[in-house]
Design a protein around this ligand. Structure first.
Ligand SMILES: [Zn+2]
Ligand SMILES: [Zn+2]
Length: 479
């Protein structure tokens, strides 16, 4: 028996064996499309709010609207489908709630690429027109993954499908932000974050991919100010040395005991910086002396706080060197690296160059090498949120299988870093914060404030077409 894809032949299947494999093999189109349409037309996936069955509900982890199915989706959606169909057959009022995620950076990149084909950037078209273009792209091309989920046979309640930028969901985001802010769990601060100089946005730790690469380890001489010797520092990112504010050794490293309290002259910049002792130094790495660049390395940042070191940012948000980089101001960070190494060589300060394989962090969306950078961003305080998750496993309420991974879990949860939630992109929810010009107050609010609660100011200044207090004066934020 052959199966036809002719719609006329695919009315309600009379018998379940219609389209079963025959001599010519199994044609899934004839069977699966027909049955899927049958299920949908009969509303079999729709949860009825008046039903008296006991409720059973799964909210789909929303796939990216830019996405297409991969094996991971096939696996996790099949598991959800099995559970939801089982409960449906038991007579439960079963809802599998579907939707897609607006996928901020990924979607913005897709539309930016299209603009580039027209010779335009997002800045050329402006925020409002750009966001309108993204919506247009979403309407025309954003449905691939939903069609694919249907092809998989997933029994979602499609009448209830949502998108994370729908008004209801956007209000929920604002509500959660305000609640966490009021509870002291969201704050704004200056910390080291991962920065993508191409996307020009902050990234969370999870949005950075670490790839093993063949790199180099440059050994550089830092002369003692006293003129009685030198220390040799090894680094994989020599351009960051322009922002060094100390060099550090391990407090128990006998080799360098006599140097503690002395100062070195930072090459090229000619700045005097102290030699400090800190247990974060890995004695085995390089020479055992490390440079400390608090504005461009997360561990150096922490070390800098412990020792009250200045933070000198030398790389700008576009990946070019800042004025604080002296003669290298304006150069791209990698060109600066080359030229700086040449200068060190000329001045006899380059001891040697070693081949060095190491993990390099890159942007998960554009593969540009990420720059750890000091930046003012919004964060979620993670320790209080990790605590109940730790307890749940400690008390056995949640079991990790196999049990040997418990240790990894606890290590992760106990050392968790605060989560950077702001992104400098245009496609996404804006952080509901306003900054008062006259008094500097930050106002976090569920609704757009009409006046500053602190000084009463109502600065009527034009901002993106809206009047009132200046919303979001800094680069646009997204949750
Ligand atoms: Zn990027
Ligand atoms: Zn004010």
């Amino acid at each position: 028996m052959t199966v036809s894809n002719d719609p006329a032949a695919s009315e309600t299947p009379a018998t379940p064996d219609a389209g079963l494999p025959g001599k010519q093999g199994y044609d899934p189109h004839g069977v699966e499309e027909r049955w899927y349409r049958f299920w949908e037309e009969k509303g079999l996936f729709h949860a009825d709010e008046t039903s008296t069955g006991s409720p059973y509900c799964i909210v789909i982890p929303p796939p990216n609207v830019t996405g297409s199915l991969h094996m991971g989706h096939a696996l996790n959606n099949t598991l959800q489908d099995i559970l939801i169909r089982w409960h449906r057959m038991r007579g439960d009022n079963s809802l599998w709630m579907p939707g897609t995620d607006h996928a901020g950076i990924a979607t913005q990149n897709v539309v930016e690429r299209k603009l580039r084909q027209e010779g335009l950037t997002r800045e050329d078209v402006g925020r409002e027109a750009f966001v309108e273009r993204v919506w247009q792209w979403k309407r025309e091309s954003g449905g691939t993954i939903i069609r694919q989920l249907k092809t998989l046979g997933t029994s979602c309640d499609w009448e209830r499908e949502r998108f994370t930028l729908d008004p209801g969901l956007s209000n929920a985001v604002r509500e959660v932000f305000c609640r966490l802010y009021d509870a002291g769990l969201i704050y704004r601060g200056d910390y080291i974050i991962n920065w993508c100089p191409r996307c020009r946005t902050a990234l969370s730790d999870l949005e950075v991919e670490h790839q093993e690469r063949d790199g180099k380890l440059w050994h550089i001489r830092y002369p003692l100010v006293s003129g009685t010797g030198e220390v040799i520092v090894a680094t994989t990112r020599p351009e960051t040395m322009l922002g060094d504010t100390a060099v550090a050794v391990h407090p128990e490293d006998e080799r360098f005991r006599a140097l503690l309290g002395q100062r070195v002259l930072l090459p090229v910049m000619g700045r005097e910086i102290p030699i400090i002792a800190d247990a974060y130094v890995d004695r085995e790495f390089g020479t055992g002396v490390v440079k400390v660049t608090p504005a461009h390395d997360p561990k150096d940042f922490e070390c800098g706080l412990r020792h009250n070191l200045p933070q000198i940012k030398v790389i700008a948000d576009d990946g070019r060197m800042l004025a604080s980089a002296g003669a290298y101001a304006g150069e791209d960070r990698f060109i600066c690296r080359k030229n700086l190494v040449k200068q060190l060589e000329r001045e006899g300060l380059l001891v040697k160059i070693e081949e060095h394989r190491h993990a390099v962090g890159q942007c998960y969306r554009c593969q540009t090498v990420v720059e750890p950078s000091l930046s003012r961003q919004w964060f979620v305080k993670m320790a209080p949120l990790a605590e109940p998750a730790i307890q749940a496993v400690e008390t056995g309420r949640i079991r990790i299988i196999p049990a040997q991974w418990e240790k990894t879990y606890f290590e992760w949860m106990r050392n968790i870093r605060d989560w950077c939630i702001s992104r400098q992109i245009w496609w996404g929810h804006r952080i509901p914060a306003w900054y008062c010009d006259p008094c500097g107050e930050t106002i976090v609010s569920r609704t757009t404030p009409q006046a500053c609660p602190r000084c009463g100011g109502t600065v009527a200044r034009e901002n993106q077409g809206s009047r009132g207090l200046l919303p979001d004066r800094l680069p646009r934020h997204r949750v």
